[in-house]
Design a protein around this ligand. Structure first.
Ligand code: NAD
Length: 322
């Protein structure tokens, strides 16, 4: 099949593109290669993809809606996996406009293109951040999600609502995937697994928010990729009664305390961290924990990678890459 993967130079987009090519699909990847984090890491991911003959890359910004429309006109995509976005919770406090541009205006370009040039399925990245202040765990897709604590979460929730309206109005089959803290080789420099590994190796101080009293449902990249690829060929059914639109959690389903997480990294590197205990940060939530039975039933797959194995793979990648 012919896939469009947006954000193909990004962490998840890179892995998804690679997997799809390995399965024999044709993939066109787009990305604007912005400098939110080290551009050379994005270029290195693209260099890896370059060796795959069924992958091609086009540098393109989501907000260039006419270019996006032309791209869809020239390629009859079967499936779109929309991962390009301004990611990161804390940066949305510093630069809220980046989120409106990429996640609202850019997202709209993709929806419109799917309306004008229909595809079998639009799969897009939502986030566990939509659960915001929710206290009840594990987080279920049937829970109310009206209390985002960051503009990032608010843009992801907006994406889900926009998808629903386009599914209803134009019959576009959409699936929003609420990702829970994804980590692994080629991971993002702005996220804890990367930041902690780098700082521990360099004997630098690591900031521990809320004095370590936080927990995250860390999910290994290979499990995420498996889930995304399997979901992509399972569009919601179109029927008279039902809007072909769904939202699913995709996460490990076993939250880990922040200090335990740091300990795992320390063990894999063989060096103790120097910790700086900090208060809770604006935009942060206390815990995340995915309830994933709906996804598991749909795709017959459950995340399989333990934190210990996943962190070991990440640390090994980090050491060999840098
Ligand atoms: N990694 C996680 O833990 C996590 C958790 C929840 C949700 N998500 C979501 O999953 C998706 C992928 O995340 P990731 O971790 O791979 O992030 P990433 O930042 O590595 O990848 C996103 C890519 O999108 C590109 N991009 C941003 N704005 C663009 C624009 N206007 N036009 C074209 N390209 C643009 C960036 O250059 C980047 O390469 C994002 O939508 C993110 O919000 C990720």
């Amino acid at each position: 099949m012919k896939y469009l993967v947006t954000g193909a130079a990004g962490f998840i987009g890179f892995h998804v593109s690679k997997k799809l090519c390995e399965q024999g699909h044709q993939v066109i990847g787009i990305d604007n290669l912005n400098d939110y984090y080290d551009v050379s890491l994005k270029e290195s991911r693209l260099n890896e993809l370059d060796s795959l003959s069924s992958f091609s890359f086009i540098k393109m910004d989501l907000t260039a809606s006419q270019e996006i429309l032309c791209l869809f006109e020239q390629n009859q995509f079967d499936i779109v996996i929309h991962l390009a976005a301004q990611a990161g919770v804390r940066y949305s406090i510093e630069n809220p406009n980046a989120y409106i541009q990429a996640n609202i205006i850019g997202y709209m370009s993709i929806l419109e293109a799917c309306r004008v040039y229909p595809v079998q399925h639009l799969v897009y990245a939502s986030s566990s951040s939509v659960y915001g202040l929710n206290k009840e765990v594990p987080f279920s897709t049937s829970d109310k999600t009206d209390s985002q604590v960051s503009l990032y979460g608010a843009t992801k929730k907006s994406n889900e609502l926009m998808a629903h309206s386009y599914s209803k109005l134009y019959g576009i089959a959409t699936t929003g995937l609420r990702f829970f803290t994804v980590y692994g080789p080629w991971g993002r420099p702005d996220m804890a697994p990367y930041k902690f590994t780098k700082k521990i190796i360099e004997a630098d101080v690591i900031d521990i928010y809320n004095n370590g009293d936080l927990s995250r449902d860390f999910t290994y990249i290979d499990d995420i990729v498996e889930g995304v690829v399997r979901v992509s060929v399972k569009p919601p059914e179109k029927s008279e009664e039902q809007v072909p639109c769904r939202v699913l959690n995709i996460g490990n389903g076993s939250p880990v305390n922040l200090l335990e997480f740091v300990e795992t990294i320390e063990d894999k590197i063989g060096i103790k961290a120097i910790k700086n205990m900090m208060p809770m940060q604006d935009g942060d939530v206390y815990q995340t924990w995915a309830e994933t039975s709906e996804l598991e039933e749909l795709i017959d797959f459950k995340p399989q990678t333990s934190l210990s194995d996943g962190i070991e793979n990440f640390v090994n990648w980090y050491k060999s890459f840098y």
